[in-house]
Design a protein around this ligand. Structure first.
Ligand code: MRU
Length: 362
């Protein structure tokens, strides 16, 4: 992603310094800061505090976390893996990445573990970029068709997205937003409706920022506006990401995704999910009702963070002090509401057969 003329990834390894670096997303869009991760604890904190977030990025950060842990003490493989796994429950990419690291380290002498973990983490970083770019390319075909079908050629193709499934949610490109970036590269005039995505406002703070930096036209809307815009014919397609997709094609993503899918279905608007195969939970035990849904603190709902007139970061309370609050981070959209899954291996149906066709080598 280009930020003020410079290319950045959300996470990168600096060989000269033997350092892992991230964009700290908790300050965006107000503060652009990068941080070095030097220990396992810092990697765990980065994921848990959402300095890094988004399913693909969580996975790659966990792989680097294993490297940092083993560099300090190659005997702590099992405990390091457990600590990283405990940071966030919903995105299956975390388990996927840790399983890959464990597999690569199996049978290795302690002295060789850190180097092997680093090699794999760097490979996963590079793979994620290629994977997301391929997702984007696969999605362009769909947007091209929708653009050709659109009667009003004076208006851009209007795509609605939820949360942030962009370059900030992966190493680069993103998933849903990779489709947008590749469509723009292909010359499709595109405009993005960005759901603010309460309570943490990843849409307002991250997606608007990221799209703006890439020069993509976008409009921020409150989470409840999508249905109205769809009824007005002002949404041509919805594309979102996924934290965990089951073998039946049910899609777990940021809370509120399900309501957008319902509204899209009611209005005959295609609803696509863009995801890497690493976001699919191939275990047969994973069903729509068994996915661990993250429950987060009440403070995210009762309070809002932003900058005041002087530019200082500040937090204000919007709910009564004694309000009872629940804060589910994710919901599950049933496969029947999903038009298709856009993956690096092509576009498939959100169904048992569609998912099975992706399994090879997963
Ligand atoms: O809580 P977050 O910000 O990690 O949630 C992110 C999402 O829900 C994304 O849509 C999902 O991880 C897909 S990212 C390509």
């Amino acid at each position: 992603m280009i930020i003020d003329g410079q290319h950045y990834q959300s996470i990168w390894y600096d060989e000269a310094q033997d350092g892992v670096h991230i964009i700290d997303q908790t300050g965006l869009p107000h503060r652009f800061e990068t941080r070095a991760l030097t220990t396992l604890e810092q990697a765990c904190h980065a994921i848990a505090s959402m300095q890094v977030r988004g399913a693909p990025l969580i996975g790659v950060t966990a792989a680097y976390g294993m490297y940092l842990a083993l560099r300090a003490d190659p005997a702590q493989q099992v405990s390091a893996s457990a600590s990283l796994l405990a940071t966030r429950p919903t995105a299956v990419n975390l388990q996927w990445a840790l399983d890959r690291v464990d597999g690569a380290l199996a049978g290795l002498a302690e002295a060789k573990r850190a180097a092997a973990a680093l090699k794999l983490a760097r490979q996963m970083e590079a793979e994620d970029i290629a994977t997301c770019a391929a997702i984007g390319t696969a999605g362009v075909t769909i947007l091209q068709q929708l653009w050709q079908q659109k009667a009003d050629k004076d208006a851009p193709l209007n795509l609605l997205t939820h949360c942030n499934a962009g370059a900030l949610a992966a190493v680069d490109w993103g998933t849903a937003l990779a489709v947008v970036y590749k469509a723009a590269e292909a010359g499709i005039p595109i405009h993005v409706w960005v759901d603010e995505t309460r309570p943490r406002n990843q849409g307002a703070s991250l997606t608007c920022w990221e799209l703006g930096k890439q020069g993509i036209a976008n409009t921020l809307i409150v989470d409840n506006a999508g249905g109205h815009l769809m009824q007005q014919g002002r949404v041509d397609v919805c594309v979102v990401g996924s934290d965990r997709t089951t073998i039946d094609g049910d899609v777990c993503n940021k809370i509120g995704t399900y309501l957008k899918a319902l509204a899209a279905h009611d209005n005959g608007i295609p609803f696509y999910v863009a995801l890497p195969v690493s976001s699919i939970d191939f275990s047969t035990a994973a069903t729509a009702t068994s996915i661990p849904i993250e429950e987060r603190g009440a403070h995210e709902v009762s309070h809002l963070q932003g900058v005041d007139a002087s530019g200082a970061l500040t937090t204000v309370r919007v709910a009564p002090e004694d309000a009872a609050i629940s804060n589910y981070g994710f919901d599950v959209t049933p496969a029947r509401l999903v038009t298709g899954l856009i993956t690096e291996r092509g576009v498939v149906a959100a169904s048992k057969a569609g998912i099975a066709s992706l399994k090879k080598g997963a």
